[in-house]
Design a protein. Sequence first.
Length: 277
Amino acid sequence: MAKPFSFLNIITYLGLAIGLVYACFPVLWMLFSSLKSNTEIFSLPPELFPKEFTLKAYHSIFSSPMKVRFFLNSYLVATVVTFLTLFVAILAGYSFSRHSFKLKKPLNLFIISTQTVPPISLLIPYFGIVVAFRMYDTYFALIFTYMVFTLPYAILLMTGYFNTLPKELDEAVIIDGGSSFTALWRVLVPVSIPGIVATGVYTFLLSWNEFLFALTLTKSTEMRTVPIGIQLLMGQHSYEWNEMMAMSILGSFPILIMYMVAQRYFLEGLTAGSVKN
């Protein structure tokens, strides 16, 4: 027999419902605004649903090579940063988890301490470094800078995940004549997919949504990413609100699809990486 709802359950579900509406309403408003004309967006009183559905904003985006380039740049930078970060984080995480070496604790402390530094405080130093190495307004500037911010957390996450795997796996490979390198890539990496996916999603998300450094380290339209592209739609005398909403919706799709596909691995990787043996 089902238990009757208690007052606490009612309050809990009511709070969850309010939270869901609060979280979803801005997204719905953004979606329906992208299907309106600019004139209708500013009509009073404001209405959620458009009176006339139009895809002009999306057509304007896909018919403009410059706006399509924004998406290509974001895909390229975020993908390269994700793969490079995963490669370095796997090697570093394996070293911290399985080996003892000098300066291990100071290095680990240094990696943790980097997470406490506000990124905006590093803007001018990184700008100077990028200009000095003649990487300004290039993909290398964005990739190098983003990896500085993604690597520390990625290393910590992969180290935590490797700590949950028994060391007997490594020992079995070494007994059979294999090396630590073989144990890592042939045994540990295949069983570490949840941790790798969690790290990859986090890295891609950070790289895809980053605005400040992308604005500072690039100047040409050909190098701009999606967040900067949305900002460029704000003209001096008028804003293309419907295109801004449409580009925001299109910019949200990669993250949404990635999370839906990798949801099971993502949650498992985060929870496993938080366990310390």
